[in-house]
Write a protein that binds this ligand. Structure first.
Ligand code: S3P
Length: 433
């Protein structure tokens, strides 16, 4: 993937887009497969760099992961007591999910390891997992600012806790639940607002009893996992760029088959519908424990809205795309209650505001949000700051710009959607090769 991406202005999107496997579900399939007894077969797995970081981390702890054809894996589980101490620090690249969930697993399994990452991951907050895991009995050090590297000490048995999450974070919830799998007693978590529940669902697929729903989850320690067959749905977070691109561009129409529509992930559909988008769901079915549907999107005039607060955790990764939709909408879109966006792969409020300004769209930023008034997009040069979702969002903005959009620091697209430029070009986006 090139560091610099250039997209010609105009065009329209049409046809069918195959969206790769869901990143969150793919990570969990590898992790739970590694902890299971027996061989877990995964299909539809995302082969993006983030998931490869998870695979490599488990390989370094003695788990064989065979990659067959694209997206098909066999994970040779070693059981909850079978992970080996890695011989070197585990480098998790750009992947916050790998680092936070692994912290819970390592602490629980009593395996000592150092977790490192790239420049972006090395700036992200890790106290949010070190703190609850510490309460369970884990010994975890962070760098002075609460950032990576994380040094997890081996051999400290854990006890269950009741934990009220201070921020709505599926990664923190999952780290505590995964540690709870190994702890003495029943670990209970509650969240300030419901977040994605893929961990809870997939633990069930591996035969683990988890009680969950309504922003709460409880897991009894000492359970074993039985190998499973996991089919990964297509990632609604990757689909979001195409949903926005087709919505903002006259005469566009796209078909997106097999998209995961877990209700803890469909905030983007609710937000775009409120803005006036024409997105239909068909062929609703299940993909293992996850609901999926085919999505049809057609161009539609969008209007600015106040984003409903309950949708924020349900669309947390989709805001770069939503901001591009807002820049093309009539009127002002206001987002508040989204301070978490400042702690993603980049500060998504600041970086999107800068990029939109470079394209002629004025924004007002707040500590916890942004107000964007739609207008005429001009061509220009934006910096994605190594954030995959910022790069893909600005690529779609070119559809409505009156000059080329050049995106610097775009290589991280490969973390979640390595085929993005090819698939976007095939549906009509003017990617300059
Ligand atoms: C994820 C949870 C979200 C999301 C991230 C993936 C997960 O983070 O932003 O891309 O797989 O659990 P938080 O739970 O920290 O908000």
């Amino acid at each position: 993937m090139n560091e610099r991406l250039e997209v010609r202005p105009g065009g329209r999107l049409a046809g069918t887009v195959a969206v790769p496997g869901d990143k969150s579900v793919s990570h969990r399939a590898v992790m739970l497969g590694a902890l299971a007894d027996g061989v877990t077969e995964v299909s539809g797995c995302l082969m993006g760099e983030d998931v490869v970081s998870t695979m490599d981390a488990f390989r370094a702890m003695g788990v064989a992961v065979d990659v067959h054809a694209a997206g098909r894996l066999s994970v040779h589980g070693v059981g909850v007591d079978g992970l080996r101490t890695p011989g070197a620090p585990l480098d998790l690249g750009n992947s916050g999910t790998s680092m936070r969930l692994l912290a819970g697993i390592l602490a629980g399994a009593g395996v000592g390891a150092t977790l490192t990452g790239d420049a972006s991951l090395s700036r992200r907050p890790m106290k949010r997992v070190a703190e609850p895991l510490g309460r369970m009995g884990a010994v975890i050090e962070t760098a002075p600012g609460g950032t990576p590297p994380l040094v997890v000490a081996g051999g400290h048995p854990l006890s269950a806790i009741d934990y009220a999450l201070p921020v709505a974070s599926a990664q923190v919830k999952s780290a505590v639940l995964l540690a709870g799998l190994f702890a003495a007693g029943t670990t209970r978590v509650s969240e300030p607002a419901p977040t994605r529940d893929h961990t809870e669902r997939m633990l069930g697929a591996f035969g683990v009893e988890v009680d969950y729903g309504g922003g709460r989850a409880a897991i009894r320690g000492g359970q074993r996992l039985a190998a499973a067959e996991i089919v990964v749905p297509a990632d609604i977070s990757s689909a979001a760029f195409f949903l926005v691109g087709a919505s903002i561009t006259p005469d566009s129409a796209l078909h997106l088959p097999g998209i995961g529509v877990n209700p803890t992930r469909t905030g983007i559909l609710e937000i775009l519908a409120a803005m006036g988008a024409d997105i239909r769901r068909g062929a609703e079915r299940r993909c293992g424990d996850e609901p999926v549907a085919d999505l049809e999107v057609r161009a539609a005039p969008l209007r600015g809205i106040t984003i409903p607060p309950h949708t924020v955790p349900l669309a947390i990764d989709e805001f770069p795309a939503v901001f591009v939709a807002a820049a093309c909408a009539e009127g002002t879109t206001v987002l508040r209650g989204a301070e978490e966006l400042r702690h993603k792969e980049s500060d998504r409020i600041a970086v999107m505001a800068d990029g939109l300004a470079a394209l002629g769209i004025a924004c007002e930023t707040f500590a916890d949000g942004i107000a964007i008034t739609g207008g005429r997009l001009r061509g220009g040069r934006v910096d994605a700051h190594g954030d995959h979702r910022i790069a893909m969002a600005f690529a779609m903005a070119a559809l409505r710009a009156d000059g080329p959009v050049v995106i610097d620091n775009a290589a991280a697209i490969a973390t979640s959607f390595p085929e993005f430029t090819a698939r976007a070009a095939a549906t009509g986006l003017g990617i300059v090769a």
